[in-house]
Ligand binder design. Structure first.
Ligand code: CDP
Length: 253
């Protein structure tokens, strides 16, 4: 909620971390960082650091949770005890159960679940460092990890929040902006089709403000989509390079 004592944006429109209203924090994504997982991704977004691992499709346990007509996407969001300045008590809490649920529901929208009856597709996201916007970072990384695992899906989800601080609409709220701002709206969407797969709102906005928030967040999702695709392309070209090197080695023998 708004706090009169904390000034989040100055007269020139510059935010506490030097960004303008429509700027994202720096984002970097790497696909295929874990050997054992079927797919994985590591993402840094400002001061957030998240690791996503995908296993499956594999037989669902316990069996009574199986769906005979489709796969179940089970996402598990977890914040490491050392991810925030005050040690976070390990294990699931209401917040991580909620984020795991909304991530599972969002990802089930893109995976061709009907191709894998009775199976489970497990998506683990570990937040190593958290500084606001971790659900968007987690969903963005999870989508890349799913694609890296070769799971058949319609496209990837990109996610970003926008909101309101000191009466102004801004993109991608940082930690203080999240704490002392007036509204935060995390959005997840499939940029190629415009389909919205996650939408939440903390705080209050007028209809006009809501439209501005959506426009900003949707524009940012399109940029993030490009970064996700680039990460997957880099992963693919690296694999191809390794393959070519292996072929060269064989020829030399
Ligand atoms: O991370 P996100 O913005 O998606 O979710 P949030 O519930 O709005 O949390 C905002 C931020 O509060 C997190 O990113 C963490 O930096 C921080 N947080 C924390 O310090 N301790 C917790 N137990 C939970 C969140």
């Amino acid at each position: 909620m708004a706090d009169e004592d904390v000034k989040l944006i100055d007269e020139k429109g510059i935010r506490l971390d030097g960004r303008r209203f429509d700027e994202l924090r720096p984002i970097s994504i790497e696909a295929g960082v874990l050997k054992r997982a079927d797919g994985s991704a590591y993402l840094e977004w400002g001061e957030n650091k998240v690791l996503a691992a995908v296993y499956g499709p594999r037989e669902m346990h316990p069996r009574h949770a199986q769906n005979p007509s489709r796969a179940v996407v089970q996402a598990r969001y977890n914040m490491a005890a050392f991810s925030v300045p005050d040690r976070k008590r390990p294990g699931p809490d209401r917040r991580s159960v909620e984020i795991s649920k909304i991530m599972s529901e969002a990802l089930e929208e893109i995976v061709f679940v009907e191709q894998f009856p009775r199976a489970s597709i497990d998506v683990f996201v570990e937040v190593l460092e958290a500084s606001a916007g971790t659900r968007c970072a987690a969903l963005t990384a999870a989508s890349v990890a799913l694609a890296d695992a070769g799971i058949p899906m319609s496209d990837i989800i990109s996610s970003c929040a926008a909101g309101k601080i000191d009466g102004q609409i801004v993109l991608d709220l940082g930690k203080k902006e999240d704490n002392y701002g007036e509204a935060d709206v995390p959005l997840g969407m499939v940029p190629s089709s415009g389909k919205i797969t996650l939408l939440q709102m903390d705080g209050n906005l007028t209809l006009e403000e809501y439209k501005q928030v959506m426009e900003l967040a949707m524009g940012a999702c399109k940029k993030i989509y490009q970064l996700q695709r680039d990460a997957l392309k880099r992963r693919y070209s690296t694999s191809l390079k390794n393959f070519e090197e292996m072929a060269d080695d064989t020829e030399e023998v």
